[in-house]
Design a protein around this ligand. Structure first.
Ligand code: URA
Length: 289
């Protein structure tokens, strides 16, 4: 007689005792039976998926209190992986899901840090130097383990340099194929001919190949000197100095003022600041991370 199901006997098990031992009768040629839909894990977009509640993740990232984050969800201001989420309690994985507030992606991984430095002239872009010259590594000290600089600035060039422990982000931001625009202010000798933008936009031929600017404008001209802004997505050595010298505008001072959406703005020479979650989120978005 079959035993009546008890609390310990799941009622989906067959009534008859098994007539084969585990593994018996199975061969590699046999296909495994497809899992019953009820036995499959939840669909990724299912509200029951693993992870933390969206409002908790947002609150921890400093977006606002949980209550405020819930209101923002109700108002349709939060997107997860490109879709607006207006239900409460969705579970997200801050390591892999892309979360945006009012359209701005936020970095939610707490183990990734990215800093902006205003590198002074004279400091070399290296984490250490065997000739004991001042380095970017000296500037960041032991802020975080595993920091690397994103691309390089010449020893004589000042301005915005990013340092991060996110190796993939560093690689992509510096690689020309991702076309991240960098903005420079250059002090040059002489006044700038009117057709300079057109010329630089069309591209000029340097000894190691052509270069074309993404943007160019004269910011100021005074006493035989001009200040020009150049936007490029190139990373070749001394590229701005070589480009401007080539068109008759030798550079006496060069400052990088922006990398993509991150701006130097009022950072004092030698100062360091940690990028916000929104800034890092925007950088990730820019390079497809
Ligand atoms: N172009 C230069 O000439 N120098 C830099 O440091 C960066 C870009």
């Amino acid at each position: 007689m079959n035993a009546a199901p008890t609390d310990e006997t799941p009622d989906h098990l067959p009534d008859e005792p098994s007539t084969t031992r585990g593994g018996e009768g199975w061969s590699e040629e046999m296909d495994l039976a497809p899992a019953h839909p009820a036995d499959r894990g939840p669909a990724p977009e299912d509200a029951d998926r693993e992870g933390e509640r969206l409002q908790k993740v947002l609150a921890r990232a400093g977006v606002g209190s949980r209550r405020i984050c819930e209101d923002m969800i109700d108002e349709g201001r939060i997107m997860v992986n490109g879709a607006v989420v207006q239900v409460q309690g969705m579970r997200v994985d801050p390591r892999t899901d892309h979360i945006a507030v009012d359209g701005v992606r936020l970095e939610l991984r707490d183990d990734r840090v990215t800093y902006a430095l205003n590198k002074p002239a004279g400091v070399i872009t290296a984490m250490s130097d065997d000739r004991n010259r001042p380095t970017v590594g000296d500037m960041v000290g032991d802020l975080a383990p595993g920091l690397v600089h994103v691309g390089r600035l010449d020893q004589d060039t000042e301005g915005l340099l990013l340092v991060t422990n996110d190796g993939e982000l560093a690689h992509r931001l510096a690689h020309p194929s991702y076309e991240v625009k960098k903005t420079y202010l250059a002090q040059v000798s002489g006044s700038v001919p009117r057709d300079m933008y057109k010329r630089l936009r069309q591209g000029v031929e340097l000894e190691d190949g052509p270069v074309r600017v993404d943007g160019f404008q004269v910011v100021d001209t005074h006493a035989g000197q001009s200040v020009v802004e150049v936007v490029l997505h190139e990373g070749r050595k001394h590229i701005v100095r070589r480009l401007l010298a080539h068109v008759g505008l030798p550079v006496s001072r060069l400052t990088r003022t922006a990398i993509g959406p991150v701006k130097l703005e009022r950072m004092r020479t030698g100062s360091i600041r940690r990028l916000t979650r929104a800034e890092v989120g925007q950088l990730n978005e820019l390079v497809g991370l």
